[in-house]
Structures are given as C-alpha cells and as structure tokens.
Design a protein around this ligand. Structure first.
Ligand SMILES: [Ca+2]
Length: 262
C-alpha cells in the first residue's frame, strides 16, 4: 500500500483552469484528510479469487475458464458490485477509500488534472479510450494492475486514470461539494448511487480526469469498473512506516481549512 500523509489538498475543479470540468466538481475547495494508506494497484483477479474461495461469494460472471485465463491473473477484477467491493475490502482488513481519499491519492495536493500532472492522458501513461464496448461482449483490453509506471500519482499509486474505474465508499450527490465538510468528508449519509472514479479502458481521456465523478447503483456490475481498498492508519503505524515509505514529515497538530484564493 502507499501511505498518503495527513494534510490538505485541492479537491474538485476550477472551470477557468479545466474546461472539461462539470458542475458536479464545483466548487473547487480545500479538504483536510488524516493520514491513510491506499492500495498501490487495483484489486486483481487472483486477489479476488482468494476472497471467492474463502467466502463462497459469487464468481464474477466473466470468469469462465477455471476461473480465468492465466494471462488475466493480474488484470483488475471486473463485474463486481459496490457491495462485493465493500465486502472484499472488509475481508482483507481494509475498507473502500472515501471519495476524498481517492481523489487525493490520485492527484496529490496541488489540484493537477491527472495523476502525472496537467498533460493530457495518452496511451503511454494510461489504459484509456479503447473502442469496443458497443461491439458486443468480449473480454476487454485490460492491462496488468502494475503497468503504466509513467502514469503514477504523486504517492506512487498506479492507474488512478483508466484501466478500470473504481468504486469508492461514498454515496453520490452531484451537489455535495457545495456543503462538504472541510475535514475528512465521508459523503452524504444516504443515497441511491455509489460513486466510482477514474475512468476506464473504454472511456474518453476527459473521463479519466482525477476530479471526474461518476456513479452507479450499488448492485450494478460492469466490465468498466473494479476497485481498490484503503486503510486507516494510526500514528504508531505511521511512525513505523515513516522511515520506509515517506520522504516528508507527516503534518500533525491543529489545522483549519483555508479557502482557495485566485
Ligand atoms: Ca483505475
């Protein structure tokens, strides 16, 4: 997992700086998050297989070949509902990231458009924009979860743009940013749709923008969508990991959200 230090980051989009941004990303605002850890990679088929064998939960329906071809072992698992993603993370001793955690892990603190910066997404840095979903079902052009090391986020997290879009913990509200808490927001208390983020192999580069928001019903399964997990870190765990993982001190102590001035 990658450790994301405590501190503020810029969440959402400024339409003057990002013309592809939509109203549900407004307003851009500062958010403080406690330290957390997040999977460096999307959850793979082989990881999900361990969960299926341990719990007896349904096999994803595209697993046809005992249960999937060996070459797909490190592809992200697809065709999992939000409920299944949530159950996997709990089984693994983790949890789904909040929407705010996901976005910080993807774009860092500085409001960049993509994990690598503001350059447009392309096939060197991300698995995006492949045609195919309209031509009937066939196994999608997924990439191994550890590919695209030129496209990692500031925390070294892979494929936050493209490959599969990723379920997060929060219910979806397109106007949530207008009233979001500035500290450790966890989304609306209830809703009908769950958020997924980051775009997929089949979607346009704009959809893979780190601030982009999408949502589906929690029982929906798609060959565009998978997930990764996060974990709450205690300060003692951070202290143990600091020398191994971090190059900067973790911000600690009192803090207050600061509005963004232009
Ligand atoms: Ca992804």
């Amino acid at each position: 997992m990658a450790l994301v230090p405590a501190g503020e980051f810029i969440m959402g989009s400024d339409p003057r700086k990002d013309r592809a941004a939509g109203p549900q990303e407004f307003p851009q605002h500062r958010v403080y998050l406690d330290v957390f850890a997040i999977d460096r990679y999307e959850v793979s088929n082989v990881e999900y297989l361990r969960f299926v064998l341990a719990t007896g939960i349904d096999w994803p329906k595209f697993w046809r070949e005992n249960p999937f071809p060996e070459k797909a072992a490190l592809h992200p698992v697809i065709y999992v509902s939000w409920h299944e993603a949530d159950a996997y993370c709990r089984w693994a001793g983790k949890r789904l990231p909040t929407e705010a955690e996901w976005e910080k892990a993807a774009r860092g603190e500085d409001g960049r458009v993509f994990p690598w910066g503001n350059e447009p997404a392309g096939w060197i840095k991300s698995n995006i924009a492949h045609p195919g979903s309209k031509r009937g079902f066939k196994y999608p052009p997924l990439a191994n979860i550890n590919r695209y090391d030129k496209g990692v986020s500031p925390y070294g997290v892979h494929q936050m743009a493209g490959n599969v879009s990723e379920w997060v913990a929060d219910w979806f509200d397109p106007e949530y940013y207008q009233r979001s808490l500035p500290d450790n927001p966890t989304g609306p208390v209830a809703g009908e749709l769950k958020v997924f983020r980051g775009g997929s192999w089949n979607e346009d580069p704009e959809v893979a923008r780190s601030a982009g928001r999408n949502a589906g019903t929690p029982d929906h399964r798609s060959y565009l969508t998978g997930f990764r997990c996060a974990r709450t870190e205690t300060s003692s765990m951070v202290n143990r990991q600091r020398s191994l993982v971090m190059t900067e001190d973790v911000a600690e102590g009192p803090h207050s959200p600061v509005p963004i001035h232009h």
